[in-house]
Design a protein around this ligand. Structure first.
Ligand SMILES: [Zn+2]
Length: 229
């Protein structure tokens, strides 16, 4: 579906020559109209925006041109890089709380179509760089939430999902999480990063403990991206 243009004034130039290689998924926490109002408001102290907003019924809205930086990620870290607004595209998906409310099938089908379009325009967005806000801001953010269907997206070629917890991770879990992409940050403990990983890849038990299943899932994901576990 062709997105509906609803321009937001909240954007900035990207650094010259910088790649666009990360796709960040969020939930809005608010209904559509309120979300659009906030993401298009230039009068507040904390101006925010996203490139796209996706309504519950799958209608996509286009707020910020992809070649400009939108303000959706805040303090954020992935694969050793910080402040990811500069190099990312952000999609806000309408959902009041992604731990509590399922994402409708129509909305996810529309999201998959939108993601494929974005990745086609920006082939530097590798599967491992399709992330949730909670992946790039552990402890601070929990969106898109435990009910977000990452496995469905991965089946459609968007992002990654563990094949099975068959791997065995020897050694330091923190170093392994970092090889995958989770980056250390001030006031973020290893347990917070393990919890962010679980929130994404084992949502039925998020306790921050690197148990055998968690380590196995991580080992498989590292295998998928060609890193030794
Ligand atoms: Zn977010």
């Amino acid at each position: 579906m062709q997105p509906i243009d609803l321009p937001s004034p909240n954007h900035a130039a990207r650094p010259a020559g910088g790649p666009i290689d990360i796709l960040v998924l969020h939930y809005t926490e608010l209904p559509l109209e309120e979300s659009l109002a906030i993401l298009r408001d230039d009068g507040t102290a904390q101006r925010v925006s996203a490139h796209y907003v996706l309504d519950l019924d799958g209608t996509p809205y286009h707020l910020v041109p992809e070649e400009r930086a939108a303000w959706h990620a805040g303090r954020s870290h992935w694969r050793g890089r910080d402040a990811l607004n500069a190099t990312s595209i952000g999609i806000e998906i309408v959902n009041l709380h992604g731990d509590l409310h399922d994402y409708p099938t129509r909305q996810i089908e529309a999201l998959i179509e939108l993601c494929h379009d974005i990745v086609a325009r920006h082939p530097a967005i590798a599967s491992r760089n399709v992330v949730g806000h909670s992946d790039i801001a552990p402890k601070r953010k929990i969106d898109p939430g435990r009910r977000f269907p990452w496995a469905v997206l991965a089946q459609s070629g968007i992002g990654l999902w563990p094949r099975e917890a068959r791997g065995k991770l020897e050694g330091d879990v923190q170093a392994a999480l970092q090889r995958f992409g989770y980056s250390p940050a001030v006031e973020v403990e290893t347990a917070d990063i393990i919890a962010a990983f679980q929130r994404r890849f084992r949502p039925n038990l998020v306790d921050g403990i690197a148990d055998d299943e968690t380590r196995g899932l991580l080992a498989d994901l590292l295998d998928q991206i060609g890193c030794a576990p």
